[in-house]
Design a protein around this ligand. Structure first.
Ligand SMILES: Cc1cc2nc3c(=O)[nH]c(=O)nc-3n(C[C@H](O)[C@H](O)[C@H](O)COP(=O)(O)OP(=O)(O)OC[C@H]3O[C@@H](n4cnc5c(N)ncnc54)[C@H](O)[C@@H]3O)c2cc1C
Length: 445
C-alpha cells in the first residue's frame, strides 16, 4: 500500500524539529551568518532534544528511526537555516560509515557514545586536489603491524574545526584507485591531526568547513572502518546513498521557506495600485514555486522510503539530489525576483537563503556526478517496458471505419532497421524505398 500519511510519532518529531527551528535557529541565524560563525550551542541543543543520531540502531542506544524521519527533521531545520541543516546533519554523515561498517568493536565503542554525548563527528573523502573523483584520493594509509599510519590533507571537512571524531578515507595505493581506499574513525585529539582555518565561503557561514592535516597519525586496528581492497570505496558510496536524500530534504526546506516569504511579501507589497499577488505573473510564479517544493518533497521521500524498505536507494538518491538541488536554486531565485530590490538586501532572508543553497548542487557529489550515476543506471540496468525499436510492429487495414469497429488483423510486417519504414507482405522489398538500403536491412515482425 502506498501512503503519504505521517504517523503520530512522525508528526510529533516534525513538530519538535519545527519548534526548534523557528524558536531557536531562525532568530539567531542572521547574526551568526553575518559573523561567519557556526553556533556550536545549537548542535548541542539539537542533540539534547533528540534531533540528532536518529538513525543509530536501538541496540546501540539510538532511536533506530528511518531516513524518512531524518528528512522530516532536516526539512524543518533547513527551512530556518540551510547551513545549520548541514552543521547538525553533518554528524550523521560522519556517523554513517560507522553504522554501515562491519567492525562491531568500533560500533559498540562509539555509537552509544554518540547517543549519550553531543560529540561532533565529521566525514572526509575530499582533498585539496580531488572532490568528485573519490577514487583519485591521495591521502596515504600505510600499514604498520595491525595499525595504519595516515599522511595527507583532507579538505572541505564540515564541522572539522569542532570535531571530536572524523570518518576519514585514505588510500593504501593511489594507483590502485577504488581498490586502494580504506576508511578509519579518527579521534581528532590523536597526535598528528591538525584542522586548518575556516574556509571563507560565499554562504553556509553558519557551517564550519576546514581542512584537516594528517601527519603520521597512528590509527589502531580497532578503528579501521574498512580495509583496502575496495571496501573503503564501497563504504563511502553506501554512505552517500543514504545521505543524498537528506541533502534533498535540505533543498526542500530552503525552497519552502523562500516560497513562503515570497507569498507573504507578494501579499503585502503594492505596485501600480495593487498587491503584487494580484498580478497574474506573480500568481504563476507562486504556482511554479509550489509545484517545485511539492515534487522535491515527493522525490526525497521516495528515496528515503527505498532506504527504509531495505532497498538500494542509490539511483533514486542521486535522482533526488540533482533534481531537488537544482530546483531549489530556481525557487529561491524566483522568490528573490518577487522581492526585487529588497530581496537583494540582507534585511530580508532571501539573499542568505540564496547564498546558502548554492552549494547544494555541489557538495556530496555535484549535479554532474549524479547525472553520471543516473545515466549509467538508465543505459545499463534499467529494464525497458517498450519493445525494441527494431521490433516495433505497426498494423494497418484497408478500411479505417471497419478497422475502428472491428480492430486490425495480425499480419506480417517487415521493418527497415535503418529508417523505420514498415513494409507489408510475405517478402521484404529488394530495397527500402526511403533509405535505399538493401533487403537485408529488413526485419520480419
Ligand atoms: C560547504 C562545503 C562543505 C563540504 N563538506 C564536505 C565534507 O564534510 N566532507 C567531504 O569529504 N567533502 C565536503 N565537501 C566537498 C564536496 O563534496 C566537493 O566540493 C564536491 O564533491 C566537488 O568536488 P570539487 O569541489 O573538488 O570539484 P571537482 O571534482 O574538481 O569538479 C569540478 C567540476 O567538474 C565537474 N566534473 C568532475 N568530474 C566530472 C565528470 N567525470 N564528468 C562531468 N563533470 C565532472 C564537477 O561536476 C564540477 O562541476 C564540501 C564542500 C563544500 C563547498
Amino acid at each position: 500500500m502506498l501512503d503519504f500519511t505521517l504517523t503520530e510519532e512522525q508528526l510529533k518529531l516534525q513538530k519538535k524539529a519545527r519548534d526548534f527551528a523557528l524558536n531557536e535557529i531562525l532568530p539567531v541565524s542572521h547574526y551568526f551568518d553575518e559573523h561567519d560563525q557556526m553556533p556550536l550551542f545549537l548542535l548541542k541543543k539539537a542533540h539534547e532534544l533528540g534531533l540528532q543520531n536518529l538513525n543509530i540502531e536501538k541496540e546501540y542506544g539510538g532511536p533506530g528511526l528511518g531516513l524518512i524521519e531524518s528528512a522530516l527533521v532536516v526539512e524543518e531545520i533547513s527551512a530556518a537555516d540551510a547551513a545549520m541543516g548541514t552543521s547538525i546533519f553533518g554528524n550523521t554523515l560522519g556517523e554513517e560509515p560507522v553504522m554501515l561498517c562491519d567492525n562491531t568493536a568500533v560500533k559498540n565503542k562509539y555509537l552509544p557514545l554518540f547517543v549519550r554525548e553531543p560529540k561532533v563527528v565529521s566525514f572526509a573523502t575530499s582533498e585539496p586536489m580531488m572532490g568528485s573523483d573519490v577514487a583519485g584520493m591521495r591521502c596515504k594509509a600505510t600499514k604498520d603491524g595491525d595499525d595504519y599510519i595516515l599522511n595527507g590533507t583532507k579538505y572541505w571537512v564540515t564541522n572539522g574545526g569542532y570535531a571530536d571524531y572524523c570518518s576519514i578515507f585514505a588510500t593504501e595505493d593511489p594507483k590502485a584507485r577504488h581498490k586502494g581506499i580504506c576508511g578509519f574513525l579518527v579521534d581528532m585529539d590523536w597526535e598528528g591531526v591538525s584542522p586548518g582555518l575556516p574556509i571563507p565561503k560565499m554562504g553556509h557561514k553558519t557551517s564550519n568547513t576546514v581542512s584537516i592535516k594528517l601527519e603520521d597519525v597512528r590509527v589502531p586496528a580497532e578503528n579501521v572502518l574498512a580495509p583496502p581492497g575496495g571496501e573503503g570505496f564501497k563504504l563511502a558510496m553506501k554512505t552517500f546513498s543514504r545521505t543524498r536524500p537528506i541533502i534533498s530534504a535540505f533543498a526542500t526546506g530552503a525552497a519552502r521557506s523562500a516560497m513562503e516569504f515570497a507569498i507573504d511579501y507578494a501579499n503585502k507589497r503594492r505596485a501600480f495600485g495593487q498587491k503584487l499577488s494580484q498580478f497574474q505573473n506573480t500568481q504563476f510564479r507562486i504556482a511554479e514555486m509550489y509545484q517545485k517544493v511539492e515534487t522535491m518533497r515527493l522525490l526525497t521521500w521516495k528515496a528515503c522510503w527505498e532506504a527504509d524498505q531495505g532497498l538500494d536507494p542509490t539511483v533514486t538518491a542521486s535522482l533526488a539530489k540533482f533534481y531537488t538541488t537544482e530546483r531549489v536554486v530556481e525557487v529561491v531565485n524566483t522568490a528573490l525576483q518577487v522581492f526585487a530590490g529588497y530581496g537583494y538586501t540582507n534585511f530580508f532572508p532571501i539573499e542568505k537563503i540564496l547564498r546558502d543553497i548554492r552549494v547544494l548542487p555541489i557538495y556530496e557529489g555535484t549535479s554532474e556526478v549524479q547525472r553520471i550515476v543516473v545515466s549509467r543506471h538508465a543505459l545499463n540496468d534499467y529494464k525497458a517496458i517498450m519493445p525494441k525499436l527494431d521490433d516495433l510492429k505497426r498494423l494497418k487495414g484497408d478500411d479505417i471505419k471497419k478497422a475502428a469497429r472491428e480492430g486490425l488483423k495480425n499480419q506480417t510486417v517487415w521493418r527497415c532497421r535503418i529508417c523505420g519504414y514498415s513494409h507489408y507482405g510475405e517478402e521484404p522489398p529488394d530495397e527500402c524505398p526511403y533509405c535505399k538500403f538493401p533487403k537485408s536491412a529488413f526485419k520480419k515482425l
